[in-house]
Design a protein around this ligand. Structure first.
Ligand SMILES: [Fe+2]
Length: 483
């Protein structure tokens, strides 16, 4: 059955479909008829426009939503910086954001990241890797979150820096956004676009842990399908957006709004809830998606295709050229492998793209599992032009095994944040978290065996340091003396 069997039932209501125009009213008549800015909005509401693109972006890309709310979001006291000692501070984004990424070519792998029973959502965000700068609206940030507490009552958070693509690995996120409520469980993902306020609660006090990609530029789209045709991969129908749902709280009350702005955290008090939108309509809103609904395609004859066939969402980078993404979200779902006379795991490769991988559950078929391997809640980073591929054991097995049709990835879900940018790693990611596997390469690729046997007839090449004589050497010498 192409849906995930979740342990926790989601009873919230949603609007189906990826992108495009949507509207929702928590109270009938909250949205004005035809006009967006009538002299008096229905029900005594204020209107407010929230834009996710420039006003003049092409129609297909244009993201704008009209909000009809009890009080405008402008009504708050001044923002002040949140001190680093605050339990709500951002843990590893600093004023020198963007200048403390360590760009290193080593392949990196992390053991599972720890839970943090003391922290709620904001303080649990650990920047691991990234590139670029949110103040220039260029680049991405990759975070691990691990929280053991619900955000305090009457608090809300937003990032002015980018869209959050959230990938839960453990625990259920009960998220109240300005547009409505979402329950996001492991094997689901959600996207909360730049600027939208939200509150994250735990479900049944179960700690949460997972991964986040923050996109400083543009927004996620569904990938083009090309010759696949009009259906397949992530189908538009399966994306779900919350329906309007509001709180009435504006008398003798105090809310704290936390804003991530240029990598720093600010807080402002306000005397009303930010979750007071009674109706909204437009094209800019949060959404979630069940990865179990992904419809993979693959080779039915021979060879291992490029992993781009597993792209769920893509954020194109116009300056880097057609077909290039500042961020692709790619998954490796359960699927049948049937290719004949084929090395079925990924081939060895060096990519112009950077690849950050995580594992939500189970075992990834190209890597050894268990302690010291690629484990759920762990991660790996294979940076621009850093060679990688199956580890030695996987190669030896896959290059000699029988090749009947085989289902791989049952009960598993690995994913990749892929970027055309060279990703740097933070001090927290390299050292503070204490999860880097120092022997990753030593275990994975240094033990690879040589299977090559030079045929006697070989007229070129040098065998293990032996100086070959004859025509080639004479020619090389002549070339050298002529230069
Ligand atoms: Fe790779």
């Amino acid at each position: 059955m192409p849906v995930t069997q979740f342990a926790v039932t989601d009873t919230y209501e949603y609007l189906n479909g990826f992108g495009g125009y949507k509207e929702s009213e928590a109270v009938e008549g909250a949205l004005p008829l035809a006009a967006n800015s009538p002299q008096k909005c229905p029900l005594g509401l204020y209107n407010e426009k929230l834009s996710g693109t420039s006003f003049t972006a092409p129609r297909d890309d244009n993201l704008q939503t009209w909000l009809y709310r009890i009080l405008p979001s402008a009504s708050h006291q001044n923002f002040t910086p949140v001190p680093e000692s605050s339990p709500n501070s951002l843990t590893s984004t600093t004023p020198s954001f963007g200048k403390h990424f360590n760009a290193i070519p080593n392949q990196l792998r992390w053991d599972p990241f720890d839970f943090d029973k003391e922290s709620s959502w904001i303080h649990s965000l650990h920047l691991v890797a990234g590139a670029g700068d949110p103040t220039m609206k260029q680049g991405i940030g990759i975070y691990i979150y691990a929280a053991g507490a619900t955000m305090p009552d009457k608090t809300a958070f937003y990032s002015a820096d980018g869209d959050f693509l959230i990938v839960p690995q453990h625990g259920v996120l009960d998220i109240r956004t300005e547009m409505g409520k979402m329950l996001v469980r492991p094997n689901e993902i959600c996207v909360i676009p730049r600027g939208i306020r939200y509150h994250v609660a735990l479900h049944d006090n179960e700690p949460v842990r997972g991964y986040i990609l923050e996109l400083y530029q543009g927004h996620f789209k569904l990938p083009e399908l090309g010759p696949i045709g009009s259906n397949g991969l992530a189908n538009a129908r399966d994306f779900r957006t919350p329906v309007a749902d509001y709180i009435e709280d504006y008398e003798n009350t105090e809310w704290t709004l936390y804003g991530k702005f240029g990598g720093n955290l600010f807080a402002a008090k306000q005397s009303h809830t930010p979750f007071d939108i009674v109706g909204w309509h437009g094209t800019y809103y949060p959404y979630k998606y069940d990865l179990g609904r992904f419809n993979p395609v693959g080779s039915i004859s021979y060879d291992h295709p490029d992993p781009s066939i597993f792209t769920v969402l893509t954020a194109p980078s116009i300056p880097h050229g057609a077909g290039t993404a500042v961020a692709d979200f790619v998954i490796f779902p359960p699927r049948w492998l049937v290719a004949e006379n084929t090395f079925r795991p990924p081939w060895y490769h060096r990519n112009t793209m950077s690849e950050f991988m995580g594992l939500i559950m189970g075992n990834y078929d190209a890597k050894g599992a268990g302690k010291g391997g690629f484990q759920p809640a762990g991660a790996s980073l294979h940076n621009t032009m850093s060679g990688h591929g199956p580890d030695m054991q996987t190669f030896e097995k896959a290059s000699t095994m029988d090749l009947p049709p085989t289902k791989v990835g049952e009960g598993s879900m690995a994913f990749m944040f892929e970027s055309c940018l060279m990703l740097g790693v933070t001090e927290w990611g390299l050292k503070t978290c204490q999860k880097v596997q120092e022997t990753y390469n030593a275990h994975s690729w240094e033990p690879l065996k040589v299977h090559f046997k030079r045929p006697e007839s070989s007229k070129r090449g040098v065998s293990n340091g032996e100086r070959r004589t004859g025509v080639r050497s004479a020619r090389d010498s002549a070339d050298f003396s002529a230069s």
